[in-house]
Each structure stands twice: as C-alpha cells, then as structure tokens.
Design a protein around this ligand. Structure first.
Ligand code: DAS
Length: 360
C-alpha cells in the first residue's frame, strides 16, 4: 500500500474512533424526560467474586445510585432519580411486595413531573411482577421492567445497556399507552406474553409465538405491534386499598400425579387453584376428582397448561360448563394465578372471571 494510502487509512481510522468516543450532545435537562428508577434487587444489582463469575454470584447487593452511576450516558437522555424500594433476589418476591410496588408506581405516575418509570428487577419472577403491574397501574405513562442475566461485576455485563435502553424507552413518547413492557437484550416485550425461556442466556426473555412488540436500536424504540388485551388504565382492578391478596396456588400436572398438594392447598383455605395441566390443560384420573371436590368446596379452579404456548380451550379437554371451571386462554400458570388473585378481589362468579381471562 502506498504511503498516501496508509496515511488516508490512518486518518479514516482515527476519525471513526473519535466518532465512537464523541459523547452524544448533552441536551438541555429541561427538555429531557423525567424518569424514576425503582430498584428491587436481582442479578442486575448482583456482584460476583471475579469478572468471570456468571453463576454463583450474589444477587441484590448493588444499590440504585451505583447502578445509575455505572451508566453515565443515562443522564444525557433523561433526568433520572433512583429509589431503592426493595433489595431482594426476585425468587423471594411476594404478594406484599407487589402491592407495595404497585402503590408506589401509581403514586409516582400521578405526579405531573414524572414521565415514566423503570423497575430494575431479578429475572426469575420479572414476568410475574410485570403482569401484576400491567393489571394494576392506573396510568398510560410508560412502566418498563429490566433485569440482567450477568452480575454487574462480570465481563460484558448486560445490565448497563439494559438499564440505558429501559430509561430511553420509559422516557419515550412512543411507549405511552402500550402497557407495562420489558426491555432487555435490545428487545421490547409485552408484560402479558413475555416469559423467561432460558436459565442463563442473555436473550432469555421471549414471547415465543406472539412475538416481540419491537426493538431498542440506535437510542430509540422501534415498535411493530401492540397487545390487543386490556391493561393499565383500562383495567378494572384497583389495589389502592388492598393490604392482602386472596390465596391462590398452582398445581403442576404430570404423569402419575399425586393430588396431595392440591388437597393441602384446599385444606389451607385457598380461594383459587390454577392447574398447570399437561397438554391442553388435560385432567388425568389422578387429579380430576380432587379438582371437582375443590370446586364443590367453593374454590375457583382455572385450567391452564404447563406447555407454555397456545390456547387452553374451554370445554376442550374437560366439560368446563358442567364442572364450572375457568380456562386460562393463553396465560401461563404463573400469570393465570395473578389474574385469578385480582379477579377474586372483585368476584367469585365464574362467568365473570372467565370473561376477565378473555379480556386481559
Ligand atoms: N436470582 C435471580 C433473581 O433475582 C437473579 C436474576 O436473574 O436476576 O431473579
């Protein structure tokens, strides 16, 4: 290569590298959206013994201010404030945590100077918290949940870029009115349909058949579809005066099932049971009589499926009309439990509850 070509190549390389480090132009803070980050814990706030520790780390150790400070670019796209509402690994999330979180989110979104909320969260129950909020947030302002699959101390931790994208999304006008969303791994998913599909990969959150809502790319959301089900401001559920949710538990279906767990839940006084049936919510001979008995004792029974995709059809694998059971439609068992708990705060009428499963 001639000396001139070498020089030109060097100038080109230097120009590209300068462009890469040139910070985005700082905007007038008065024109940036105001986003509150509520931190609850999880891997995104986790720390490991070394930069190569990606399992066996400790979740929920890094505080919200440190999470924000680790991504200075956030302050160029939004005015952010952080609140440490909990500091737990999300496998320990409870109904009480959900009620406190929903009340805090609604209080913040009622403030005129709050444009959106990001909730940093463990990934294990992130989809459940997201759906609970999808049904209980009383605002059309964006609420975005975000987590990470690698702790903050790991090489190529995914938390920082996930938080950056979540703040961008929560502060964007395009996100208004779309319900609660999850922004991770550059994808935008709906709270109702997203689920964790892999124990360790960074692209674990997927909506297997119905698909993503869109993508985060080049510092902006790009939407391609939206959920057709009701959420947030269209939801009939109000938790503002609730201090407890009804006991609803899930019974997992499998060959040679032992009904003892179901019987114990009923004896405990559960108000509802979600049966994660095999196939299309099928009821094997080992569990069907016990579910019928539970219904006779006033427990609301929802037939769901362990399969993870597809419709659990009413009067398909069981005569729901005759048994007075409810079907979960396409909600997975853990989300069907959430909708059933909220439904039971309003009614025990199975026709009304079935309508809710076709509405949300
Ligand atoms: N234990 C997991 C949790 O807190 C860690 C994570 O993936 O965030 O959900």
């Amino acid at each position: 290569m001639s000396a001139l070509h070498t020089k030109l190549a060097l100038i080109a390389a230097l120009t590209l590298s300068l462009a890469a480090v040139t910070p985005a132009p700082a905007q007038d803070p008065g024109h940036l959206p105001n986003v509150v980050i509520l931190a609850t814990g999880g891997t995104i706030a986790g720390s490991g013994a070394s930069s190569t520790t990606t399992i066996g780390y400790t979740a929920a150790t890094v505080g919200v201010d440190a999470l924000i400070d680790a991504v200075p670019e956030i302050k160029k796209v939004a005015n952010v404030k952080g609140e440490q509402i909990f500091q737990i690994a999300s496998e320990s999330m409870t109904n009480d945590h959900w009620l406190k979180l929903a009340k805090r989110v609604n209080a913040l979104l009622a403030l005129p100077d709050v444009d959106g909320i990001v909730i940093t969260h463990g990934t294990d129950t992130l989809e459940e918290t997201a759906y609970f909020l999808d049904l209980t947030v009383k605002s059309n302002k964006p609420v975005v949940l975000v987590g990470a699959m690698r702790p903050s101390t790991a090489i190529s931790a995914d938390g920082p870029i996930n938080i950056y994208n979540a703040v961008l999304l929560a502060g964007s006008k395009e996100a208004v009115g779309r319900g609660v969303m999850i922004a991770m791994n550059d994808a935008i998913n709906a709270a109702r349909d997203v689920t964790k599909t892999n124990t360790s990969l960074t692209d674990t959150f997927r909506t297997p058949e119905l698909g993503v809502l869109g993508y985060m790319q080049d510092n902006a959301p790009h939407f391609y579809r939206q959920s057709l089900r009701k959420h947030t401001t269209e939801s009939e559920f109000d938790v503002s005066n609730l201090d407890k949710l009804p006991d609803v538990d899930i019974v997992y279906g499998y060959a040679n099932i032992n009904p003892i767990a179901l019987d114990a839940f009923v004896a405990h006084g559960d108000k509802g049971i979600v049966y994660a049936g095999v196939g299309d919510g099928s009821l094997g001979a080992g569990i069907k009589p016990n579910l019928i008995d539970a219904r006779k004792k006033g427990v609301i029974v929802v037939r769901s499926s362990r399969v993870g995709n597809g419709i659990v059809a009413r009067n398909g694998e069981a005569n729901d009309d005759e048994l007075d059971f409810v079907v979960s439609d396409t909600l997975n068992p853990q989300k069907a439990r959430i909708l059933l708990m909220l439904a039971l705060t309003n009614t025990t009428n199975t026709k009304a509850i079935q309508k809710m499963f076709y509405t949300y």
